[in-house]
Design a protein. Structure first.
Length: 275
């Protein structure tokens, strides 16, 4: 199957996309999708070794290199770290990017996550998906494109460790078996060397890549429990299905062999039709 659909994965900081959804991006690239990776900031507060401007330069290079592993284009909206807020100017800024790229599929942080930058990014991306096709909403400071063609399919990645801020489990609507993509996902995350140094010094974590692998393996075990096959590594998602957003699950249509649905109260997995 070959498609030319455009996919945008947008996160708060460099390396967030690699943790959240890089496996899915690999699978979508394999069927011919055009990939874009964007970060709201360049993580300029994430260093004890370098000043803000130097770490911004380093992390831009790392993010560009990581996106290049899967042939994706990298973009940054140039917000400052810990300064991503849901305000009018920020909404117009993110809407400008959505109009420039006009994606069919958008992937971002879950609405509730462990860091406020992630949560603000989630709501700004959600808003921009809705606003971008309304031409009277002015984003001309950021782009000359006046409207996107449609409201895209919007997916939220699973919060890290699978819980909300109170420690309660967050149940995904679907898993994606990324076992075949796990090696490239690891290669992408390994490009972010400065982030490993920051996590070692600030969080006391020294197994940066392996922590991602363990999390994906945990999701794989959860996917195995609800499927008829063994899944070694997985990612998990929920789809935004509010008013005016697409209701069809385009991921299940594009890569049906690796999407595993989970039935939730009040939500039914879409059924495949035809031969």
């Amino acid at each position: 199957m070959v498609t030319t659909k455009k996919v945008l994965a947008i996160a708060a900081h460099p390396d967030d996309v690699e943790f959240m959804c890089a496996g899915l991006l690999v699978l979508l690239r394999e069927i011919g999708c055009e990939l874009h990776v964007a970060t709201m900031s360049l993580g300029d507060a994430g260093s004890t070794e370098y000043g803000p401007e130097e770490i911004r330069r380093i992390r831009r290079e790392e993010a560009t290199r990581a996106a290049g592993v899967i042939g994706a284009s990298y973009h940054t909206l140039d917000f400052r770290d810990f300064a991503i807020f849901n305000d009018d100017r920020s909404n117009r800024r993110v809407t400008g990017l959505l109009r420039e790229l006009d994606p069919s599929i958008v992937i971002t942080h879950p609405p509730q996550d462990y860091l406020a930058d992630h949560e603000a990014t989630s709501v700004l991306v959600r808003n921009a998906c809705f606003y971008a096709s309304a031409p009277n909403y002015d984003s001309s400071e950021w782009t000359s494109v006046v409207r996107a063609s449609t409201i895209p399919h919007l997916y939220y990645a699973q919060p890290f460790e699978g819980t909300d801020i109170f420690g309660a489990p967050v149940t995904p609507q679907m898993f994606v078996d990324i076992t075949s993509a796990s090696s490239l996902k690891k290669d992408m995350l390994a490009c972010h060397r400065s982030q490993r140094d920051w996590l070692r010094r600030h969080h006391g974590l020294d197994d940066y890549v392996e922590s991602m692998r363990r999390w994906d393996h945990t999701l794989g075990k959860q996917a195995t429990l609800i499927s008829s096959r063994t899944v070694e590594y997985a990612e998990a998602y929920r789809q935004h299905r509010g008013q005016a957003y697409p209701k069809s699950n385009i991921l299940a249509e594009l890569i049906p062999d690796v999407v595993i649905h989970q039935e939730l109260p009040g939500w039914s997995a879409p059924r495949r039709t035809g031969a």
